[in-house]
Structures are given as C-alpha cells and as structure tokens.
Design a protein around this ligand. Structure first.
Ligand code: NAD
Ligand code: LMR
Length: 328
C-alpha cells in the first residue's frame, strides 16, 4: 500500500499521518509504504517528524520515505492525500488572506504539477483526496491535469459534515453516532449547504425533529459554514486536528462499504446530479462499495430552500472554475 501525503511537515499532517497508521483505516492487510512530500525548505522539519514516526513503531507501516518532489513520490501510489498548500489567515506580501478563494492563484499552481504526476505515475486505481484549499477547485485542477479518467479524485467535505453533526447533536441532545444521511452539498466555503431535510436520527427526520426553520437558516447553517473562520480567529491558525481526523475518516469511508442506509461526504466531479452543473467538484452524499467504487446517492428530496442553497454554492464553484481557466 503506497500512501502519499503532501505538506507532510505541516500542522494537519502531524495528526493525519499517525491517524492513517492506526489499524483498520485501510481495508488491505498490506503494510503501508509512507511517502511524505514537502518543499525543499521544509525537509529538515519533515525529517524530525519521520524520527517520531519511526519511534512510534507502527505495526501497520513497512517503510517511510521522504521526497522534495511529487514525481518520485507518486510512482505506483494507491492513495494520495494532497494537504500541502498555504492556509488562509496568514499575511502574504502585506495582505491578509481572508477567504479560501483568495488562495486560488497561490495554491492552484501546485495542483497542476501534482495532477500531472499522479495521472502519469500512480496506479489507475489510485484515490486522491485534496485537503489544501480551495479544496474543490484544486481537485478540479488536479483531475484535469492528471489526464486520467480511471483514478478517483475527491475534495474534502467530511469536516463540514462532522461539524454539522456536532451542531445538530448539541441542539437535539443526542450522540453524533445516532445521526445518519447528513449531506453537505457544494463548495468547502461559506456557501456550502449542509442539508437537514434528508438527515435522520434514530429513524426520525432531523429537520422535523428540530422543528425550527429559523434555527436552521440563521444559526445552524452560518455556524457550519463559518466554522473554519471561527477556529482561525480563536486559535490563530486553521483547524488541524479536526481536519486530520476528517481526512482519515474519508479514507476509511472509501476503503470500507458504507453502512446500509447511510452516506459519507466528499466532493467529487459532478455529473449533473441535483442540478449541480457537470464539470465542477461538489460535495454530495456518497456511498462506497469498499472496492474502489464511489457513487452519488440520488434520492434526496430538496425543498426550494435547499435548491436555492445548492444553486448559490454551484454558482460560486463555476466562478472559481472561471478564475482558474488558464490552469485547466
Ligand atoms: P501548514 O502551513 O501547517 O502546512 C502546509 C504544508 O504544506 C507546509 O509544511 C508547506 O511547506 C507544505 N507545502 C506547501 N507547498 C507544497 C508543495 N507544493 N508540495 C508539498 N508540500 C507543500 O498548513 P495546514 O494547517 O496543514 O493546512 C494545509 C491546507 O489544508 C491549507 O490549504 C488549509 O487551508 C487546508 N485545510 C483544508 C480543510 C478542509 O476541510 N478541506 C481543513 C483544514 C485545512
Ligand atoms: C476549515 O474549514 O477549517 C479549513 O478549510 C481552514 C479554513 O481556511 O477555514
């Protein structure tokens, strides 16, 4: 099992790599060859992390190697977790990067090269999860530059779904594990649309159980949509531990069959489902057969409120696509 992680000396990877090395994340019993990628300036920091990983003596790990280029790292890769990129909240050239979309030009270029390398070098069954922001449009850039239709490209919306579950569980005083079929549609941005109208808790519809549209529209949605910014404000750095857990849970969700009646969340290339235009990466409710096939669940019933939400987030994704047209 060859598993590539970029941005391996960064905050998210510091939690993500240990999570991935726990038993049972991957369905294969093969041991993991970890391929950790960084920019040349961060190799020393990465080497320090490698020492810690060696000292953790994981029974799941066969080898750990480091790379300062994506090309050698991706040869025969089974999974690529593309975390390496710049987070928002920092000041670049005297200007604070406020929105994830401000990162389009800065990070977009990384994904042209990484996409091409993965398309050429990684296995045709390779699965790719883009975490680096703006994740949906970076995934689009990567996939198009990969020129390979067999590999599965995803962008991370699992964190948004976990955030939505946590808010709902607090509201209804239930456990997050009791919540199922919760889907986050659209962009990993303030326009994302976490849907409660098709979500269930112990057989009961979540929206009807909450029975308070005002809370859904004016508290739940903005809280989930702005959670990343809320964390940056409080922590002085973007979410890392929760992002790492969400990335690991996305890998686990793809690697194992989805529980009957449930879904998992990631953004994949739209084929027009739910009227999200084809050719952009959107969050959808997904199921996996655990053997590499991931499909959109298509039976969600959307109210006019939800349809408006989906249109807004799809329009934003089309705008982002237009802004990177020279990269795709
Ligand atoms: P970080 O700055 O701590 O780490 C990023 C690392 O990437 C750095 O070590 C940097 O040297 C490395 N890097 C930069 N360019 C690279 C390249 N071309 N190849 C390999 N490595 C490269 O940032 P972080 O907190 O780990 O966040 C990483 C990204 O994840 C950010 O873009 C952040 O906004 C994003 N993020 C996404 C989600 C999500 O839900 N999709 C959640 C949290 C954070
Ligand atoms: C998040 O949602 O926490 C990340 O995308 C980081 C950010 O910029 O908000």
């Amino acid at each position: 099992m060859k598993v590539v992680v970029t941005g391996a000396a960064g905050q998210i990877a510091y939690s993500l790599v240990p999570f991935l090395c726990e038993d049972g994340v991957f369905s294969s019993s093969q041991k993991i060859d970890l391929k950790l990628v960084e920019i040349p300036q961060a190799m020393e920091r990465l080497n320090g992390f490698v020492k810690e990983l060696e000292d953790s003596a994981y029974s799941t790990v066969n080898s750990i190697s480091t790379f300062d280029n994506i090309h050698d790292a991706t040869i025969d890769a089974d999974w690529c977790l593309l975390v390496g990129s710049i987070p928002r909240g920092i000041v670049l050239n005297g200007k604070e990067i406020k929105e994830r979309s401000d990162l389009l030009k800065i990070n977009g270029g990384i994904f042209t090269e990484q996409g091409a390398a993965i398309g050429k070098n990684a296995k045709s069954s390779c699965k790719i999860l883009v975490v680096g922001n703006p994740a949906n449009t970076n995934a689009l850039i990567g996939k198009i530059n990969s020129n390979n239709d067999d590999q599965l490209w995803m962008a991370m919306t699992m964190l948004d779904a976990l955030r939505a579950k946590a808010q709902l569980a607090q509201k209804l005083n239930c456990h997050v594990d009791d919540i199922y079929r919760l889907a986050v549609f659209g962009n990993h941005s303030p326009t994302m649309f976490p849907d409660l109208e098709n979500t269930f808790i112990d057989g009961k519809n979540a929206y009807q159980t909450v029975n308070d549209h005002q809370w859904v529209e004016n508290e739940f949605l903005p809280r989930v949509q702005q959670r990343g910014a809320e964390i940056i404000k409080a922590r002085g750095a973007s979410s890392a531990s929760s992002a790492a857990r969400a990335a690991c849970e996305t890998v686990r969700a793809v690697e194992h069959p989805t529980r009957s009646g449930d879904v998992f969340n990631a953004a994949i290339m739209s084929d027009g489902a739910y009227d999200i235009p084809a050719g952009i990466f959107s969050g959808f409710p997904l199921i996996s057969d655990g053997a590499g096939n991931v499909d959109i669940v298509r039976d969600y019933v959307l109210s006019d409120f939800a349809k408006n939400g989906l249109k807004k987030t799809a329009d934003e994704l089309l705008e982002e696509k237009n802004l990177v047209k020279d990269l795709i």
